[in-house]
Design a protein around this ligand. Sequence first.
Ligand code: HEC
Ligand code: HEC
Ligand code: HEC
Length: 440
Amino acid sequence: MLKKIFTGLLSLLAMLIAAVLVAYLYYWRPALAPVNPPAAAAFSAQAVDRGRILAGMGNCAACHTARGGADYAGGHGLATPFGTIYATNITPDKQTGIGRWSLAAFLRAMREGVGRDGAHLFPVFPYTHFNLVSDADLTALYAYFMTRPPVYAVTPANSVPFPLNLRPLQAGWKLLFFKPASYRIDPAQGLDWNRGRYLAEGLAHCAACHTPRNALGAELGGAAYLGASIDHWYAPALTSANTAPLPWTRDELYAFLRTGATALHGVAAGPMSAVVHEGMDAAPDSDIRALATYFAGVAGAEQRKVDADAVIKAGIVRSQRVSLVDNDRGASLYVAACASCHSNSDGKPVALRPELSLNSAVSAPDPANLIQVILHGISKDAAMPGVLMPGFAAALTDNDVAQLAAYLRRSRSHQPAWTNLEAAVARARATALGMDGAGK
Ligand code: HEC
Ligand code: HEC
Ligand code: HEC
């Protein structure tokens, strides 16, 4: 019996090793020779400017620029379940950046997730999306990065433990989860929708945050845009599973992606703030509209039409009633700390004074966003001009924040109560203090 198990295990092991070997050979890539790339003046100003807009859409700076560091010089650590992985220096520095990369090496990195030296890159670098970007757009990106000021900056070593840090193992990951493709137009849909989908699935990689991942870090097939946790925030579902009281429409999506806030949903804070304010703000209006058209389809906007005025009215009535009647700790905290700014007694919700009965964070399945906003407020970069949502981390205990969140949930949404709120608040506080080992 034992012997049988032993030989069984042995042949399983042999098969595993054979599979890894096959994947390794199949995905083996040569180093590409270092080159002296064209001088900055050789790139057309037009290509460079187009590259600048595309780099914003691809949110490259969010990962490749460390807080307080030089633009694109790398060193920002990304916390993954496997350890911290540092985004690299993508300035054209010849020693520490991509200054000796040919266009071919750059294209291969973006399309296949392979470094110039032939090493496999980790999929926190969203090459799984960038492979859909057109030749012309990738060439413009190359022009943009090759004309940035070169910065000498050595990327810190990753903290991924052995054996997961072995790059050849990424060949196995690619075999399981990655098929390079190019964008194929869906002729049944209009130009605008196709443009939106091309941007969303490719360069803007919206799914990288909004789609849940499996245990090996790959986006789950069949679960596109169903919502996922990211950096102690929650990226809500963008499908009809979205729980915001008012279903997203094309106009609301456009306003949110263009300005970062809408009266009927809330503010793009946390990681979404950089997407809007440091990424897409340079993109032409036509591209933002195209994204809104595509995601209106993803959200099933046509099928989810509601009487918006009625929902707004009922929400405001609910907010007013409950805050007067309830007399528990959560309600008292709300009256003391929040009501002065968040009351809409005149019956009209405005973006500058978010109506919490309509706010996405209060209705989301995960309390992370509401907790973050109560603790840390909304940063100047994410805020609408001229207003301030202050943070209450110093004024309120974990238990206070939990009671307040539970109260808002109970009084201003139709969703089930959140559980383990106090522990979630403690975790959110710990991260802000940089206690998770990563962060900018
Ligand atoms: C979500 C974070 C993230 C975003 C967004 C991102 N990158 Fe990266 N990128 C990384 C990480 C992390 C690595 C290093 C991966 C590794 O070490 O395996 C990397 C590696 C690279 C490399 C390979 C460099 C080298 O030295 O091997 C290139 C080129 C690159 N990124 C370009 C870009 C461009 C251009 C954009 C924007 C269009 C972009 N990246 C957006 C995280 C990101
Ligand atoms: C780096 C991670 C990240 C990327 C990339 C990202 N998002 Fe988000 N998104 C978030 C997070 C986190 C939130 C919640 C923010 C908040 O509550 O303020 C969010 C919120 C949203 C919301 C509001 C949802 C709601 O119900 O309130 C929309 C709409 C949205 N994102 C669309 C997009 C689109 C479209 C893209 C691609 C162009 C995109 N996101 C890319 C992380 C991301
Ligand atoms: C000084 C006025 C003020 C106070 C006090 C205040 N808020 Fe806010 N709050 C704002 C403003 C203004 C915004 C919109 C912020 C923006 O665009 O920058 C906001 C936004 C929010 C949001 C929306 C976040 C999102 O992602 O959509 C929530 C939730 C919120 N506040 C909850 C609270 C709670 C709970 C309290 C009490 C602990 C509170 N606020 C106290 C002014 C205030």
